[in-house]
Design a protein around this ligand. Structure first.
Ligand code: MG
Length: 402
């Protein structure tokens, strides 16, 4: 930062174990320091300006994008994660801007149609090295965004990239270098990355309860069997008596988020106090993550996750929609492998070049990058254009949108 322009250092009050620009492991392509932002603030801004970020608006979280305007999309999910992550980071004197940058980028590599799309693309890509959305998010910011004259990707700081790569199969870790070293050698990512990972869980568990109830696919009676929901639901009933159902649910969900965030901050603060790390690398070297729920909250959270998996994500109506989506992704992949000339001209050229250089795996990776970058509606339009099967029909999803 240029001290003449920016006299207030937003990182001055951070804890010794927080990530800071001054001790960053830097960018792949060295660049002059930003003049009026910190390094990670620059990362965050680059992410918000990326094309992949804009496309999150039209990608499925759980409910396919076109079934109702009130459901979370990947963009609103991402904003909820960022907001929760920032709150936790601030409370722990960690780098709020880094947590925000990681959160805003964490789902950039997601395919259309949520996890159904990811599974289908992974299945199609199995003979060619597989497909993982975390690895793809890193690939988007490292290679696929084409916005800068001097380099591919966004050239983000190590700390942001480390946080984006939440999971990585050992088989792929070696090729990714330092950013994936922990998947081979053990150790943790930064505390900011750890908390953003759990903020993601808090966000989706709670908004899936909200969206699930809105859709009518899960019911309050089912949720009353879960501690995490039952306690605040009861508390709201005792305090306010009879409320309209949507308002009762909203009061309950916000208390659930508050309980989880409060538990996470208190538990993590204890872990940090005991480990007393003096540098982010000391937190990275810890045997287990220092950011964590208490055992009791972790158990409640797991029970909720299991319930949502069984009752919502595997609900026959969601499953039927997912199967249509998977057929479409598989059909698009097969079509573009057989007819690469049907890809947009620049992508077709890239597929041909990589076919020459790397063989069929190179072409397959180009096709996978293209499909992963699609929004739900673009994938559907491509399916229609090419006369493929497996197109989710509008109105076929949960109908009871309230
Ligand atoms: Mg997420």
């Amino acid at each position: 930062m240029d001290p003449d322009i920016f006299v207030f250092d937003p990182e001055a009050a951070l804890a010794p174990y927080a990530s800071r620009s001054g001790i960053s492991r830097g960018r792949i392509h060295p660049e002059p320091p930003p003049r009026y932002r910190t390094e990670v603030q620059r990362d965050r801004d680059r992410i918000v300006h990326s094309g992949a970020f804009r496309r999150l608006e039209y990608k499925t979280q759980v409910f396919v994008n076109h079934v109702g305007d009130m459901y979370r999309t990947r963009l609103t999910h991402t904003l909820e994660v960022a907001q929760i992550a920032r709150g936790i980071a601030r409370a722990l004197r960690l780098n709020e801007d880094l947590a925000e940058a990681i959160a805003l980028a964490h789902d950039l590599g997601h395919t259309p149609f949520g996890h159904a799309g990811q599974e289908a693309l992974d299945a199609s890509m199995r003979p060619h090295g597989g497909f993982e959305h975390n690895r793809q998010s890193l690939r988007v910011v490292d290679a696929l965004e084409a916005r800068y004259a001097e380099f591919d990707g966004l050239n983000l700081c190590f700390e942001t990239r480390e946080g984006i790569l939440k999971h990585c199969a050992r088989a792929h870790a070696r090729a990714l270098g330092a950013v994936a070293a922990r998947f081979l050698d053990g150790g943790q990512p930064s505390l900011e990355a750890q908390l953003t990972n759990l903020a993601d869980e808090i966000a989706y568990n709670n908004h899936d309860v909200d969206d699930g109830l809105r859709s009518g696919l899960i019911t309050i009676d089912q949720l009353r069997g879960l501690d995490l929901f039952a306690a605040p639901y009861q508390e709201v009933a005792l305090r306010y008596g009879t409320l309209p159902e949507r308002r009762h649910v909203a009061e309950t969900v916000r208390r659930m988020i508050d309980a989880e965030v409060g538990d996470l901050i208190a538990t993590s603060r204890d872990h940090i106090a005991r480990a007393a790390p003096c540098h982010p690398d000391e937190a990275r070297a810890a045997r287990t993550p220092l950011i964590a729920f208490s055992a009791a909250m972790a158990a409640k959270n797991l029970a909720l996750k299991r319930f949502l998996y069984r009752a919502l994500y595997r609900h026959p109506q969601v499953k039927a929609m997912n199967e249509e989506a998977q057929k479409l992704i598989a059909a698009l992949f097969a079509h573009f492998m057989a007819h690469p000339d049907d890809l947009p001209a620049a992508t077709a050229q890239k597929a041909r070049n990589l076919l020459d250089l790397e063989g069929i795996d190179g072409q397959a990776r180009t096709v996978a990058d293209h499909i992963a970058g699609m929004t739900d509606r673009y994938a559907i339009a491509q399916g229609e254009r090419l006369g493929l099967s497996g197109i989710p029909v509008v109105g076929r999803g949960p109908a009871q949108v309230r």
